[in-house]
Design a protein around this ligand. Sequence first.
Ligand SMILES: Cc1cc2nc3c(=O)[nH]c(=O)nc-3n(C[C@H](O)[C@H](O)[C@H](O)COP(=O)(O)O)c2cc1C
Length: 324
Amino acid sequence: MSPPALSDHRLAVAPMMERTDRHCRYFLRLLAPHAWLYTEMITARALLHGARERLLAFHPAEHPIAVQLGGGAPAELASAAQLATSAGYDEINLNVGCPSGRVQAGCFGAALMANPALVAECVQAMRDASGLPVTVKTRLGIDDLDSYSHLCEFVAAVAAAGCRTVFVHARKAWLSGLSPKENRDIPPLDYKRVHRLKQDFPELEIVINGGLSAVDTATAQLEHVDGVMLGRAVYRDPYLFAALDAQLFGGVLPSRAAVLEAMLRYAASEVAKGTPLRAITRHLMGLYAGLPGARGWRRTLGELDDGVGGLRQLEQTVVERLVA
Ligand SMILES: Cc1cc2nc3c(=O)[nH]c(=O)nc-3n(C[C@H](O)[C@H](O)[C@H](O)COP(=O)(O)O)c2cc1C
């Protein structure tokens, strides 16, 4: 089967800070060969002034892979987009959904929803500088700026700047009063509004995000929108990502054992380069979610020594699981 076109965002993992790092993404790629993978948000400033090689590192197996940038200054975002292009990314995604205080202080993330013209300028600047597709991840609204007409104004502005794919976390964000975590749960989900957006912007690829946690409910969304993006549920239960990929793209569901064997090889090569083993194994905790032995698996991973000793222990555990 040939891989889906790069414009096909039927399935994606949501960008998540301290979750979707390169080790997590390598693992998710093994589970879901066709899905789009998104990095944690990287601020344009961190890229321009920080350890850009480390921040942008990814494994060639991760394609198709998008970097999510945070920022609100077109020139900075353009320079960051150039760096991401040189690093080999397939797409640049702009964060217009993060409500954290730190991000608001930098005047980006969800706060940008109040300024569609500026977001359009950012999109245009990144496209001009990179030549890559630039996509936007946003919310339904912020604070009292939560009307459907404002959402349409926002989407029309970014579309006019050349953004063809919009990811919509199907709830608004309160910029004060709620923590980022509360903002992912408390404002109610409104999937219908995202469906309506697709009807009103049929030429755009509209991908829905928020609260999707099962194969049937996620695939049912594809009757209304072009794709689904899942975050927490996939991190909690990564095999769900495999099941969705197999369902949506008609591939073969990889066995957990095969995925673990591949992860062992990956972990061995990373540990040899000095990566702490736990930086990798912490993402594997959910692999047996919902199955007998899930708790024992998590305990085993939690008790591994770091480094080569832990790797041996992990090999032993995997072998025991394979013969069990
Ligand atoms: C730990 C964590 C970190 C997150 N970090 C980001 C981020 O860096 N950029 C972003 O756009 N959204 C971030 N999000 C929000 C998710 O991308 C997603 O929009 C949200 O969790 C709703 O989707 P879900 O219900 O499938 O998890 C984060 C969510 C979590 C749980």
